[in-house]
Design a protein around this ligand. Structure first.
Ligand SMILES: [Zn+2]
Length: 246
């Protein structure tokens, strides 16, 4: 059984004509096929790349710390994964993703690929738009011991009035670490890779990651959720990181 599995069950199945987004997805998948095989192994047998003690509780979403002490192999794998993630300035990050209508092997492969990329990049969440696929798909895993959760066509159904502020990074915005205020608890409805509707409630880091990735599907980035002054500060670090990257 795949490690990428549904959180819950029940619901209705949707399976209809393919849209433009699907074709986009397919294209991306073809390029990524090679990585996929390795991916299956990575999600299954291989121990998680991220050791618990390497995780910072406040590290939040996405962007891994630039850590010179990372195992060279882990670092190389991370860098290869990050190279496949679209970065700030890429217009696709500002695009609104389209609903998934076909729940087929191509979608399963896309989700699988996203899970592997996320893990290799040492991120805890990834939205399809971040790899240039305009699909309403996100994956996350707040604990390396847990299976990757994939949400297809996720909808935020409810969020608490109570908010929390915590530091977030983003695989698409290297160098940025900003405090983002978000609702503390949420309820989400989504489909799994087979099209089954699921409902889930989340709080803490899980609620934060899901909201961060939901934002991506709307073309919204963490830089949009902070003050102008914070953004100015963050952009300095981002420009440095992007220059180093180039
Ligand atoms: Zn992000």
């Amino acid at each position: 059984m795949s490690d990428i599995e549904a959180v819950l069950k029940t619901g209705e199945q949707t399976s209809e004509s393919s849209g433009e987004a699907f074709e986009l997805g397919e294209q991306t998948l073809q390029h990524g096929e090679k990585g996929l095989d390795r991916g299956k192994e990575a999600l299954g047998a291989r121990p998680p790349a991220l050791e618990p003690d390497e995780r910072e509780p406040a590290a939040g979403v996405g962007d891994p710390e630039e850590d010179e002490e990372l195992d060279p192999e882990v670092r190389e794998r991370r860098d290869r994964a990050l190279a496949q993630v679209r970065k700030l300035g890429d217009p696709v990050l500002r695009a609104k993703a389209l609903p998934v209508e076909r729940f087929d092997a191509a979608l399963a492969a896309e989700v699988q690929k996203m899970g592997v990329l996320m893990a290799d990049a040492l991120g805890i969440g990834l939205a399809a738009t971040q790899i240039g696929v305009l699909h309403r798909v996100l994956v996350y895993r707040t604990d390396p011991e847990d299976p990757v959760v994939a949400l297809v066509n996720p909808v935020l159904e409810w969020c608490s009035e109570e908010t929390e502020s915590a530091e977030e990074g983003c695989l698409s915005i290297p160098g940025a670490r900003v405090d983002v205020e978000r609702p503390a608890r949420i309820a989400v409805r989504a489909q799994d890779v087979e099209g089954e509707w699921v409902r889930l409630s989340a709080d803490g880091l899980e609620a934060r990651v899901i909201q961060h990735e939901l934002d991506h599907l709307e073309g919204v980035l963490i830089l949009d959720r902070i003050s102008r002054e914070q953004r100015r500060q963050a952009m300095k670090a981002v420009r440095r990181a992007l220059e180093e990257d180039a």
